[in-house]
Design a protein around this ligand. Structure first.
Ligand SMILES: [Zn+2]
Length: 114
């Protein structure tokens, strides 16, 4: 499962941050989840609940998610637009020469200590 791999990756990263900052426990972790990241929040949270129980540091830690809108930039006219509304075709000049600039990633936004 894709989500489970991501959860393990996040846990590892949070544990590193805790070690650097000498934190002993974490109340919650907030993630920014891109609108087109292909991640299902509810799966992610289910995986999280299962995985954190196997750790010392993150037992009982809550996972929060915030959605980041997907934005595409047009290489021909230089404008940006909402990816989900318009897809790969620029709504300003009808070019297909476009690239996703945000909304495909998952990032840790905040780690809240107990
Ligand atoms: Zn354009």
């Amino acid at each position: 499962m894709h989500e489970l791999g991501i959860v393990f990756h996040i846990i590892k990263r949070v544990e590193e941050v805790c070690a650097e900052n000498k934190l002993r426990s974490v109340a919650s972790v907030t993630l920014e989840v891109g609108e087109v990241s292909a991640i299902v929040d509810t799966y992610l949270i289910d995986c999280w609940k299962w995985a954190v129980e196997k750790t010392e540091l993150l037992k009982g830690c809550e996972l929060k998610t915030e959605q980041v809108p997907a934005v595409t930039i047009c290489d021909d006219c230089g404008k940006t637009y909402r990816t989900v509304e318009h897809g790969r075709i620029c709504p300003f000049c009808a070019s297909e020469n476009t690239q996703l600039v945000s909304g495909s990633d998952i990032m840790i936004k905040e780690i809240e200590a107990c």
